[in-house]
Design a protein around this ligand. Structure first.
Ligand code: URA
Ligand code: URA
Length: 235
């Protein structure tokens, strides 16, 4: 077994152990006479088994080494923050320097603006859930690379499966286009309700973009009013 694979397997097993999983289901033997259906009934599905709780998924992410460069350069992974029962998730792009240092998404300048936006909607950060497409900081805050987004996608999907938000607000083009698997520009994705699995998705500008282009804050405020109307929240 290669060193890298060994580290990956040991890391995964250790994180499962920390989360209380002391036994693994035996894989089906080729040629076993049990049908795959009866096996499926007996053991949790692969996905459920991988990380049945957000805490376990967070541990799994913390030991991830799928992206060589990101795993080498990060201070820590940045999983997500807020209520695991939130109706609404805010989805950003990737951690920046402040987030990498503190281990929490949206805590730098853009994050402070996001907090203000959330509060302008009569909510608190603790009422929603905040997460990013990528759980690691890209060096120098470059844009996430396609293979990094692909490597991290299952974590995001499983995180959203566990939270089951009714609404997802995508912040900026990277989050919106990747979640919705489209190349439509962010300006054209605004103002409509899109779908991601069972959730309603709305898109707005990234708070870092709003810091550079304050005139666009009016548009984001329109987007938030649209979202609040969809959620049945009075402003
Ligand atoms: N920008 C993002 O997209 N996410 C963060 O967590 C911080 C800045
Ligand atoms: N372009 C982006 O990538 N994001 C924004 O939020 C706005 C323009």
């Amino acid at each position: 077994m290669s060193d890298r694979l060994r580290r990956l397997v040991v890391g995964r097993l250790e994180s499962l152990e920390r989360a209380g999983v002391l036994q693994l289901p035996r894989p089906a033997k080729p040629g076993s006479n049990k049908s795959s259906e009866s096996l499926a009934e007996q053991s949790p599905s692969r996905e459920e088994f991988k990380s049945p709780t957000l805490e376990m998924l967070q541990q799994e992410v913390a030991s991830c080494t799928r992206c060589d460069e990101l795993a080498r350069t990060r201070t820590q992974t940045v999983f997500g923050v807020g209520s695991p029962k939130a109706r609404l998730c805010f989805l950003g792009e990737a951690p920046g320097a402040d987030e990498d240092r503190q281990g929490e998404p949206f805590v730098g300048r853009a994050g402070q603006l996001l907090t203000k936006i959330i509060e302008a909607c009569h909510m608190k950060r603790e009422d929603v859930y905040i997460l990013n497409m990528l759980k690691c900081r890209p060096p120098g805050n470059r844009n996430p690379l396609p293979h990094e987004l692909a490597n991290c996608r299952r974590y995001l999907e499983r995180q959203l499966e566990l939270i089951q938000p009714e609404f997802i607000c995508c912040l900026g083009a990277v989050a919106a286009q990747n979640l919705l698997e489209t190349t439509v520009p962010i300006g054209k994705l605004r103002g409509k309700v899109h779908a991601y699995r069972g959730a309603k998705v709305v898109c707005t500008y990234h708070p870092a973009y709003l810091l550079r282009n304050p005139a666009a804050k009016r548009d984001t405020w329109e987007d938030m009013k649209f979202l609040m109307r969809e959620m049945g929240v009075e402003l």
